[in-house]
Design a protein around this ligand. Structure first.
Ligand SMILES: Cc1ncc(COP(=O)(O)O)c(C=O)c1O
Length: 455
């Protein structure tokens, strides 16, 4: 098979500022070994997140100029609404400034003390908004989703038997069922069409509204096309429409699969819920035809939604992660398999067994990738999840490092460079050291904690 090339040419470039190993050693020490504290100018390849970091197309840049900034009834809103409905035909589409704003509005209405909201895995902002309303967020992922070595093709699936039990036992306490596609909190793993339909059928049987967190819907649709029997000949758009057919609504961060740098939406069919949501939107985001966004942002999303379902793009996108994953595995570096849509997750605990979990092997690898190669990525392990509300700490289930790929930003030689940096580290990985946290806030410590490198 020929190389799957980037299906675009580059018309505008953004220079990367080169730095040396010695410079980066000083910079990361000054940042107290926390990668969030670095200036992005000091990073060569930024794999911290795929959210809001996409490169816009020439057509999106042109669409920005069409943005109409009228307070009410802007044509930008109607273009945005039509583009969403073209893929997800919900009756009401309510723009928000990003995904978590859609979640905050939804759960301010459906959440509340004593309620229970099941999902495959809630993303942290979804969980945060549910818990802030007083409700409980419950994850019902299939067992394969928690096994990094399982090659099961749909490790983002909901455990339907557990969902049925939850709906039976919790009854009226459940105001809705959620499903995240792809499952970001579980390694970017996809959910099969059969499973989406199974969740929809259960929700219907128990008369519960079914909401999809659709941030990476197009990557999920491509993985359905390539991994689910009987789907390979179908256009992406038709798979997307099937994914949302049985749902009653969705939350969305347009910073992912809409190629936008900001934006999101909340959509639903129910008129009463939509009215409550719009009332809340006016208080917190803005008038219902702009919802916290500029007209130009709405146009960028409308154009982005046309581009994201392009199969050549999705083939290259999914191949990028698979390629990096294959090369890391060839070097003997353990990763979460199979690679999903937007990121490669390296199992730092297994690769660096000399660093115990409470000395943060994921943080050690993340710092080493920066020092050695100027690569910024994110620890998803004991630093992020190990802090308990009473101030004690416990090892997270896994110590992973997430290499999240911004959309259309980096080329294959950047991917090759990333692999070379891992290769260098592999040559002296026993010398990587653990870390101690010397200061941390009471919650969400990974963003601002300060570390000391151990001897
Ligand atoms: C699955 C999922 N849901 C919701 C969100 C929240 O979106 P936003 O960052 O736009 O608030 C994210 C962001 O990373 C996500 O990955």
């Amino acid at each position: 098979m020929k190389t799957i090339i980037e299906p675009f040419r580059i018309k505008a470039v953004e220079p990367i500022r080169m730095t040396s190993v010695a410079q980066r050693a000083t910079l990361i020490e000054a940042a107290h070994f926390n990668l969030f504290a670095l200036k992005s100018d000091d990073v060569l390849i930024d794999l911290l997140t795929d959210s809001g970091t996409s490169a816009m197309s020439a057509a999106q840049q042109a669409a920005l100029m069409l943005g109409d900034e009228s307070y009410a009834g802007s044509p930008s809103f109607f273009r945005f609404e039509a583009a969403v409905k073209n893929l997800m035909p919900f009756k009401h589409v309510i723009p928000t400034h990003q995904g978590r704003a859609a979640e905050a509005i939804l759960f301010s209405i459906l959440g509340g003390a004593g309620r229970v909201i099941p999902s495959n895995s809630h993303f942290d902002t979804t969980r945060g908004n549910i818990e802030a309303s007083g409700a409980e967020a419950v994850d019902l992922l299939i067992a394969e989703g928690l096994d990094p070595d399982s090659e099961y093709p749909f490790k983002g699936n909901m455990d339907l038997a557990r969902l049925e039990r939850c709906l039976t036992e919790q009854g009226d306490r459940v105001p809705c069922v959620m499903l995240t596609v792809t499952n970001n909190a579980g390694g970017g793993q996809p959910v099969s069409l059969a499973n989406i339909r199974g969740v929809a059928a259960l929700a219907r049987r128990f008369a519960k509204p079914f909401f999809i967190d659709g941030c990476r819907f197009a990557e999920n649709a491509y993985l359905i096309k390539t991994r689910e029997p009987g789907q390979s000949d179908r256009p992406i758009k038709s798979i997307v429409r099937d994914m949302f057919e049985g749902a009653d609504g969705m939350t969305m961060s347009a910073k992912k699969d809409a190629f936008a740098n900001i934006g999101g939406w909340l959509a639903m069919n129910d008129d009463g819920l939509a009215e409550s949501a719009r009332n809340r939107l006016i208080l917190t985001e803005g008038f219902p035809t702009y919802g916290g966004l500029a007209g130009r942002d709405l146009d960028a999303i409308a154009q982005g939604l046309k581009e994201i379902i392009d199969e050549d793009y999705l083939r290259y996108r999914i191949r990028t992660c698979a390629y990096i994953g294959e090369r890391l595995l060839a070097l003997g570096i353990p990763i979460v398999r199979p690679t999903g849509g937007h990121a490669v997750f390296v199992d730092a605990r297994r690769w660096l067994p000399h660093i115990p979990p409470l000395k943060y092997p994921g943080q050690s690898l993340a710092v080493a990738l920066y020092r050695e190669g100027g690569i910024r990525c994110c620890e998803i392990g004991t630093v992020m999840f190990g802090q308990r509300p009473d101030g004690t700490e416990t090892a997270a289930p896994m110590d992973l490092v997430r290499l999240a790929m911004p959309r259309r930003v980096y080329t294959q030689s950047h991917a090759d460079y990333l692999v070379e940096v891992f290769e260098e580290l592999a040559g002296h990985k026993e010398t990587l050291r653990g870390y101690k946290i010397v200061w941390a806030p009471r919650a969400m410590r990974h963003f601002t904690a300060r570390f000391r490198e151990l001897n």
